[in-house]
Design a protein around this ligand. Structure first.
Ligand code: C5P
Length: 274
């Protein structure tokens, strides 16, 4: 009986630059993505019929879930239609900018391909996965990647070492990605030398920035107070990831215990996930 469990990690955007709005409605980005050890677990079992279950009742398990979108995509691209039982143990908060759903989709494609005898190359799965969402191809990267286009053009990079404690903190409320993108004031965004930013991450400086952060404050102004409370609690730097509302925090802080708070490290694919 084929049965196995895979790790499905979250990501942070160490920087995220929005370059322009495209005619297809998406935004052209340039972003430094990094996988982290905050992760979900996905279990796969060959079965007599399809079944998708999750440890969190509130999470939809219908066609709107990216796991099911990945299952449908795999069947569309291949002639593999074996029934499968998928179980998701969710730990990554949603509406957080941590890419949890996208990661689950990538893990599902990887697992179905494994069940099909590794018929397709990782690069092929990565290309297909852009049809599910802009962030999905990153989860087939080495773990550190420079992503462009709408986020789906992935260039693997060497690991980045941060020698200070890192954690993710998130308030209870989340943010919808399309809502944040539609609140962007593109004309007001600074022009940046991205190569220089990239180099600085390899020289022991961490010039985090996120063009979506100001848009997130337009949608939810109360996040400004949340960010300030994190700085007051002791963190030396706090930086919103993706479209929020999770923050990557550097140093030691003691945020209000009602908030989601997890120490994290950066991880590489093939050592720490599939
Ligand atoms: O690609 P994905 O389905 O994850 O994107 C969700 C939404 O986020 C898009 O419909 C779009 O509104 C916004 N988005 C964008 N530009 C990107 C990525 C996402 O405007 N590069």
């Amino acid at each position: 009986m084929i049965q196995f469990t895979l790790c499905s990690p979250a990501k942070v955007n160490l920087f995220l630059s929005v370059l322009k709005k495209r005619s297809d409605g998406y935004h052209e980005l340039a972003s430094l993505f990094q996988a982290i050890n905050l992760s979900d677990q996905l279990s796969f079992k060959l079965s007599s019929e399809d079944l998708f279950t999750c440890n969190q009742d509130r999470l939809p398990t219908d066609g709107s879930n990216l796991v099911i979108k990945a299952l449908h995509l795999f069947r569309k691209k291949t002639d593999c239609h074996f029934p499968v039982h998928i179980h998701l143990e969710k730990n990554i908060p949603h509406e957080a900018g941590l890419g949890g759903g996208s990661s689950n989709a990538a893990t599902t494609l990887f697992a179905l391909n494994k069940m099909a005898g590794d018929r397709y190359a990782i690069e092929e799965l990565q290309t297909w996965s852009a049809e599910i969402g802009s962030d999905v191809p990153f989860f087939f990267s080495s773990g550190t990647a420079y992503c462009t286009g709408r986020g789906e053009q992935v260039k693997n990079l060497d690991p980045i070492d941060v020698h200070e404690p890192l954690s993710i903190v998130k308030p209870a409320k989340g943010l919808s990605t399309p809502h944040v993108f539609s609140s962007l004031q593109i004309d007001r965004l600074p022009k940046r030398d991205l190569v220089s930013y990239l180099n600085q991450f390899y020289q022991g400086e961490y010039p985090f920035f996120n063009d979506l952060e100001s848009a997130a404050y337009i949608v939810k102004p109360e996040l400004l107070n949340f960010r300030d409370s994190l700085l007051r609690s002791g963190f030396s730097k706090v930086h919103m990831t993706g479209s929020g509302t999770a923050y990557l925090c550097v140093g030691q802080g003691s945020p209000n215990p009602s908030f989601f708070h997890k120490p994290i490290t950066f991880i590489r694919r093939s050592n720490e996930w599939y």
